[in-house]
Design a protein around this ligand. Structure first.
Ligand code: CP
Length: 362
């Protein structure tokens, strides 16, 4: 098993299934786990706002008998004085046994993971990935539908910047019989990286539509997302797109009786409050499941640490560069520019996965 959880693909399907089994055992027998992390500490390093993820990591460690330290905003850490992610990670590794990090720059948790020996969990890096939200989503789907195979999954809303849908697509693509319906305006379509390196690579079936109404009757799972205001360069563009989809009780009338409606939360207005009373609304159960699956993950990564492997590093390619302004390599220019070959030999940035470009500054 890998030392860190940066991308949901760091876990095999078997490892995900084992985590789900452990989480279900924790739900059934919480007392059996109450001392399992005694004298262990988790550091929650949150450079970006969070309610669910940070508090559920902290609640998870406390419920395992461990302790918690950390910061909830970059301005209260020495990042505000210019300290790099790597240096912060090296310092925190002197105090803690495991780190959960959220950062607005894509690839920042990977920078931390590469520089220390304790496990690092990506708690959301920019618009890139959010693997522990995906674990919470998978546990919810398993508990609601009884299986993870043979499901038609609608991903709706901001598929461009919504990191949760990138990780969920990667995870569900590996379960047999998954069919995705990608529901978004074209401006918020699924990024090329996910379509090429996940959906096409796995050979998973998918269709693209802008119509939630058209998709609704087909769906076993409807995964709604918020339009990610904080990732837009233009306020005007955000205002134009923010109300693209609003789920109401009327729109659910054509849905299957066994549909499960998920949302990583927070919501703004994309699910009307009136939907909360519908038995198909699962998003608050999803929050609760998030704590149990994070308990399972913390346990597994701590048990695993002595024999764990690090993710392989990309290679140096002279004259090649990453042009993603949201990549950690744009913010911390001393980071080595490394790249890996993805599907069809395309070079991609090791930190953020964006297609590399040749020539210019590099
Ligand atoms: N789902 C999620 O990541 O919520 P927070 O931003 O509140 O952590």
């Amino acid at each position: 098993m890998k030392k860190d959880l940066i991308d949901i693909l760091d876990l095999t399907t078997q490892q995900i299934d084992e985590l789900i089994d452990t989480a279900q055992d924790i739900i059934a027998h919480p007392d059996a786990y109450a001392e399992r992390c005694r004298r262990k500490k988790i550091a929650t390093l949150f450079y970006e706002p969070s309610t669910r993820t940070r508090l559920s990591f902290e609640a998870a460690m406390l419920d395992l008998g461990g302790e918690v330290l950390g910061f909830s905003e970059a301005s209260s850490s020495s990042a505000s004085k210019g300290e790099s992610v790597a240096d912060t990670a090296r310092v925190v590794a002197c105090f803690a046994d495991i780190i959960a990090m959220r950062h607005p720059k894509e690839g920042a948790p990977l920078v931390a993971a590469r520089n220390i020996d304790i496990p690092v969990i990506n708690a959301g890096d920019g618009g890139h990935f959010h693997p522990t939200q995906t674990l919470a989503d998978l546990l919810t789907i398993k508990r609601e539908k009884g299986r993870l195979t043979g499901l038609t999954v609608g991903l709706c809303g901001d598929l461009k910047y919504g990191r949760t849908v990138h990780s969920l697509a990667a995870a569900m693509a590996r379960y047999e019989g998954t069919h995705f319906v990608l529901i978004s305006p074209k401006e918020l379509a699924m990024p090329e990286q996910i379509v090429s390196e996940v959906l096409q690579k796995e050979g998973v079936s998918f269709e693209v539509t802008a119509s939630l109404e058209e998709a609704m009757p087909k769906l076993d799972i409807l995964y709604m997302t918020r339009v990610q205001k904080e990732r837009f360069d233009s306020e005007e563009e955000y205002r134009r797109l923010k109300d693209s989809y609003i789920l109401t009780p009327e729109k659910l009338q054509t849905a299957q009786s066994g549909l499960a409606v998920l949302h990583p939360l927070p919501r703004v207005n994309e699910i009307a409050v009136a939907v909360d009373a519908d038995p198909r609304a699962c998003y608050f159960k999803q929050v609760q499941n998030g704590k149990f699956i994070r308990m399972a993950l913390i346990l597994k990564l701590l048990q695993n640490a002595p024999s764990a492997t690090k993710r392989p590093e990309g290679d140096l390619y002279p004259g090649v560069r990453c042009e993603n302004p949201r990549c950690i390599c744009a913010a911390e220019q001393e980071l080595p520019a490394r790249f890996y070959r993805g599907r069809e030999g395309i070079l991609r940035c090791d930190w953020c996965g964006t297609r590399a470009v040749r020539g210019g500054r590099a």
